[in-house]
Ligand binder design. Structure first.
Ligand code: GLU
Length: 438
């Protein structure tokens, strides 16, 4: 869940958005992109990598004139970090362009429905589903962009901060939020959109922080209109006067990133539960486990391999798994395991845990376990990372980027995923009662 920047006004938009993206780099990300609209043509450029990579790509690829632009830094949750999955995304007609931070939980059925109606998809993202859903609503219900966004968002389950514009509406950007932050900076005849105030603090101190389930239509030369997504009621927006300096804002008002990440834990845990714990239905849905349930249920033992903080998460998981599932668990330090000729059989399930998904010793342990025929399941935070590719199946933690060196939210979300897995297996095995499960 990374960064969003947008501009509409009298300036050239690209330099404002580019600088804004650089300001948001502290949030951590894997790809970056921008779309500029000059009133005639939409010019879009995006890339895996850093904002500096985007900058040089833009130089080669597109002209940058235009007074409306949106920019994005992505932390992949759906589809690996690559050029195609980077934002912005076009709708099928090429008329709508979107950037999105967050997770659309029910993207799969929505995507299927759109495919049935003839839509095609370039990327693996949930975001491209959302922009086509908006397009579909707009066409079928013959409504304007703002209304289409509202109707579409009422069909969406998940978390989002979005900014979207329409080629037919060169003076307007529509934004909305639920769960991911979004701020609108109000200047003189100009507006800024961003995940936090850092991208626009040098231009204006006046800002509207959208609340959850609110959307806004930001129109050149007009007052910002804020509405509730659910019932369409108009909200009188509170324009705050910001009194923060840049450095303070970058850390979200906290003194250190680590402190910020400690406070992000409830949100990160919620994102990890999102779409998995369906309490109404009394089930836990995790595709990586569902598709391989027999492997887990028939396992002689579970071997956890990990390093550092992830190893500690493994130690906690050992207690949880053995208690709930009665499957014996052994937790191994990956760097020891890989060098000591361990006994591994085809009846073992190996769970490899790593925040980055790149831990070299854990990767080597995975390869070793696979060579002995074990089924290997990965738990990591970075979509498309080496561990997510090397393992037979897995579950992401969705903690978002962790900048602090001492792990906080990465650890708690690992425990969350591992507990969900243990609960799911216990339910299947019947080692806990229905009332305990609930
Ligand atoms: N879910 C979206 C994706 O995977 C947005 C991720 C983000 O918040 O950057 O592309």
């Amino acid at each position: 869940m990374c960064g969003i920047v947008g501009y509409i006004g009298h300036r050239e938009a690209y330099p404002v958005v580019l600088k804004g993206l650089k300001r948001l780099e502290y949030r951590g990300y894997d790809s970056a992109g921008v779309a500029i609209y000059d009133g005639k043509n939409i010019k879009l450029s995006k890339t895996k990598g850093k904002v500096a990579d985007l900058e040089s790509r833009v130089k080669d690829e597109i002209s940058v004139d235009g007074s409306l632009a949106i920019g994005h830094t992505r932390w992949a949750t759906h589809g690996e970090p690559n050029d195609v999955n980077s934002h912005p995304h076009y709708s099928n007609s090429g008329e709508l362009v979107i950037i999105h931070n967050g997770i659309i939980e029910n993207y799969e059925p929505l995507k299927q429905e759109l495919i049935n109606r003839g839509y095609t998809f370039q990327s693996d993202t949930d975001t491209e589903v959302l922009v086509n859903l908006i397009e579909d609503v707009k066409k079928n219900e013959d409504v304007k962009l703002g209304k289409a966004v509202q109707i579409a968002l009422n069909q969406v389950v998940g978390a989002y901060a979005i900014a979207v514009f329409d080629k037919n509406k060169p003076d307007e950007i529509v934004v909305a939020r639920l769960g991911s932050p979004l701020v609108i900076g109000i200047g003189e005849e100009e507006f800024f959109i961003a995940s936090d105030a850092t991208p626009f603090i040098e231009y204006t101190n006046n800002a509207i922080y959208l609340e959850d389930e609110e959307m806004a239509i930001v129109r050149r030369g007009k007052k910002v209109k804020v509405r509730k997504i659910k019932d369409d009621s108009l909200v009188d927006p509170y324009v705050q006067e910001l009194q923060l300096n840049l450095e303070q804002i970058e850390k979200g008002g906290y003194d250190h990133f680590m402190l910020k990440e400690i406070y992000e834990q409830p949100r990160a845990i919620l994102d990890t539960f999102r779409g998995r714990m369906l309490s109404n239905e009394g089930i836990i849905r995790m595709a990586g486990i569902d598709d391989n349930i027999e492997k887990f249920l028939n396992a002689n033992r579970i071997l956890v391999v990990a390093c550092g903080t992830s190893w500690h998460a493994g130690l906690v998981a050992e207690y949880v798994f053995e208690n709930l599932t009665r499957i014996p668990v052994e937790v191994e330090y990956a760097s020891e395991f890989r060098y000591r000729n361990p006994i591994i059989t085809e009846n073992d399930v190996v769970i490899a845990i790593s925040q980055s998904g790149e831990t070299a010793d854990t990767l080597a342990a995975i390869k070793l376990a696979k060579s002995k025929g074990a089924f290997v399941f990965g738990v990591c935070n970075v979509v498309g990372s080496s561990i997510s590719r090397e393992t037979d199946a897995g579950a992401y933690t969705h903690a978002g980027p962790e900048i602090g060196v001492a792990s906080t939210k990465a650890f708690t979300t690992q425990i969350t995923v591992l507990t969900l897995i243990a609960l799911k297996l216990a339910q299947k095995k019947g080692t806990i009662s229905t009332s305990e499960f609930h």
